[in-house]
Design a protein around this ligand. Sequence first.
Ligand code: C5P
Length: 238
Amino acid sequence: MQRKFDSVIIALDTPDGQRALEMVRLLKNKISIFKVGLELFCSAGPSIIKKINEEGCKVFLDLKFLDIPTTVAGAVRASASTGAFMLNIHASGGREMMMKAKEAANAVFFDEIKKGVGLKPLLIAVTVLTSLSDRDLLETNIEKSTREQAVALAKLAKDCGMDGVVASPKEIAAIRRELGPDFVIVTPGVRPSWADANDQKRVATPGEALAAGADYIVIGRPVTAASDPAKALEDIFE
Ligand code: C5P
């Protein structure tokens, strides 16, 4: 079913599975994808994905794997069969890690096809976290700007067969230009002009992010912490 805000992914950042499902029921007529991150996954477990799917919605499983290639491949294999629509790993884990992750996702897909299921989750690579600034990178000895680093990681991710990247609003245009129209760009760090940036440093409004070429924007606190989340979502897009 097409929904009004199909390019919006709402981040369910809560430790309470019941509260997360209430948010899904409240917003499911307006959007179709919800993000399950580390906090909710660690407290509610993989069954939360099935419950959200049963509400007729898709799940972006945002666990941002970063480890040695074999470990990440195992984690991708396990999470590719949870029913998630999108999974992610860190591009900074490097070529071998991304390629092994891709192989694992494909293997699950082909197994599922044999069983007649055949859901192929999008495998997305995180470039540079939206909470990091150029100065934060410098402290880790990376002398490139956040934009240069994000574009370089996006190119590597595409080369390794990733379906797309997570990148901040500030890098969307450059990534779209370099990597073409079919590479998926998922953008958190999105804030309406009237909202608090919280811990996000490289922010833009939803309009700016979509105009720059994002396929999906991820919004958390400006909607989920509002007294009326459905109204906050509408207000953001006014
Ligand atoms: O509340 P807020 O809108 O800042 O939530 C953004 C969400 O997007 C959080 O769940 C955060 O984990 C996630 N995210 C991010 N930056 C990334 C990748 C994911 O903020 N690079």
